[in-house]
Design a protein around this ligand. Sequence first.
Ligand SMILES: Nc1ncnc2c1ncn2[C@@H]1O[C@H](COP(=O)(O)OP(=O)(O)O)[C@@H](O)[C@H]1O
Ligand SMILES: [Mg+2]
Length: 260
Amino acid sequence: MLKVGVVGKGGVGKTTLSSMVSASWSRRGRRVVAVDTDSNPNLGISLGLTVGETEAIPVLPRSVVVGHRGDLTVEELLEDYGTTTPLGPMVMSALRVSEAGAGCTCGGHATVRSLLGEVIEEHADVTLIDMEAGIEHLSRSGGTLAYADVLLMVMEPTRKSVITAARTIALAAELGIPRCIGVGNKARLPEDRGVLEELCAEHGVPLEAVVPHDRGLAEADRAGRALDPDAGGPAWDEIGRLLDEIETTVAADPLVPVGD
Ligand SMILES: Nc1ncnc2c1ncn2[C@@H]1O[C@H](COP(=O)(O)OP(=O)(O)O)[C@@H](O)[C@H]1O
Ligand SMILES: [Mg+2]
């Protein structure tokens, strides 16, 4: 079982890449659970649900302890809160503004943390968390992503988004998250690849993939359509290479903490 957190500044493409990675892993026959933690969830739409179906996804209860000794077993959680999408992955929703009461979403994060901490090997090969923007969730209440095996740090070709990734690496090391992988996105090649390479070298961010800007992705998103792997093209090819990289280095190797 692989536990993946997708993090980065707002608007860099976390939900887009979460959807593409989840759908691509599904195509490879993996059982994927994708968790949307955005307060304005739309991962379900990118995975082929309608807007109505996405809005109907039940929000995970707050501050629930998952597992045999907890409030809900993993089976109950998947059965009650999981929605299988047309592109394959099962999607869950961790919080939503209307549910967030006074604005604190810590309870929803605690549930996600518990879910990740629980062994759900029997039910999923990959659990992916599409994180809301920012990095405070890495430190909040013990670290929502404390049990993640790998963080995909999504960056645009801008210094600010690379600096966010660099800060993420430091927080991940404190939490003991073993791997951080930098993923450039929305690159207008070849210039932006060079920009990302330079910025990442300067700030000590490992850059493992550069996903090109793809008009088809932007248009599908605008129209509220699924991001269909059958569309193909360089962006999907790069996601395929990223999965190969994760499967060979993260999943196969003994996990080595960041900084070793
Ligand atoms: N590789 C890409 N090519 C073109 N547009 C992209 C790409 N990745 C993301 N976008 C667009 O950028 C915007 C923000 O993406 P989104 O995934 O919602 O970001 P985040 O989840 O980080 O806030 C959306 O309009 C999306 O369609
Ligand atoms: Mg998002």
